[in-house]
Design a protein around this ligand. Structure first.
Ligand SMILES: [Zn+2]
Length: 68
């Protein structure tokens, strides 16, 4: 059973292409911003945005969707 490429992708949190790199950068920026906030409503909004970006990332590589 070869899970090699999937686990590598997961472990690195991994940039596979320019679009993924861009999405990762955005996600990271959102996380930094949200961790510096005390306003729960804004934090929740940012979490929703992060979710959307992660969904976009999965959709870019549907065949590499990590199987959990
Ligand atoms: Zn990609």
């Amino acid at each position: 059973m070869k899970v090699y490429s999937v686990s590598r992708f997961e472990r690195s949190g991994g940039p596979l292409c320019d679009k993924c790199v861009e999405l990762d950068k955005k996600i990271e920026r959102y996380r930094e911003v949200s961790s510096s906030l005390a306003d729960q409503i804004t934090i929740d909004r940012i979490k929703t945005l992060i979710d959307e970006l992660q969904t976009q990332k999965v959709e870019l590589h549907p065949e590499q969707k990590p199987s959990l």
